[in-house]
Design a protein around this ligand. Sequence first.
Ligand SMILES: N[C@@H](CCC(=O)NCCCC(=O)O)C(=O)O
Length: 259
Amino acid sequence: MTVEPSHSRPLVGVVCDMEIIGPHPFHVAGHKYIHAVIEGSNCIPVLIPALANEQALEQLIKSLDGILLTGGYSMVHPSHYQGNTPDADTKLDPNRDNTTLPLIKLAIENQVPIFGICRGFQEMNVALGGSLHQKLHETGEYIEHREDKNVSLEQQYDLAHPINIASGGVLQSLFAESCIQVNSLHTQGVQRLAPSLSIEATAEDGLIEAFSVSDAKAFALAVQWHPEWQFENNLYSRKLFAAFGQACLSRQQVKNHHG
Ligand SMILES: N[C@@H](CCC(=O)NCCCC(=O)O)C(=O)O
């Protein structure tokens, strides 16, 4: 993968997970997100470590033209939405939570384009006052939304179920479709939608699969599925990353104009 030398591309902050590799903690981000930012949005990714330092985030947000909230195997700690204590074997990432939740508010306040994917979708809902089902499969209300970890990666990220696109929303204006197929790799999902969010798509079982920030001045959209996965092979994924990239370019132009 080559990144053409360019000083004019917008800078997109890509949030990191904190992972232990060997005996050490690392800040990590998935290659497929970085690839989609470069090739799908025509932007330059800048990794945002899970430092959980609000002052650093306030400085960072002023130099970034967009934020990508990636997926992740860990769960948002339920204390952020008054949820029940998680099971002892739940994978958590408090450093990521304490970085992304304030970052989301800063991005919206500063009209920085923000795109949430899977865990990032869940973080946006929680950051703005919503809540999550911690185990969708135990509610008895939804179809299976988790991936089968015993099959190949290609199969895990394959299209899994349809979603219905809300009329009059951002997604309908992007896709010009009322129903598309998406992949599905998540245990958790929206329980209570934050008051400032508008539903953009739902699964056939009623689960919210995409939302936008109502009245946002800049691109502020999140999806529960994974459009970054082999995005080149999916028309709707290409449209999402192109729209996000265009919003980041507009932000950069406004910033450069105002100095
Ligand atoms: N942990 C949450 C969110 C699921 C998620 O983001 N899965 C993808 C992880 C790997 C990747 O980045 O593709 C949940 O289970 O609901």
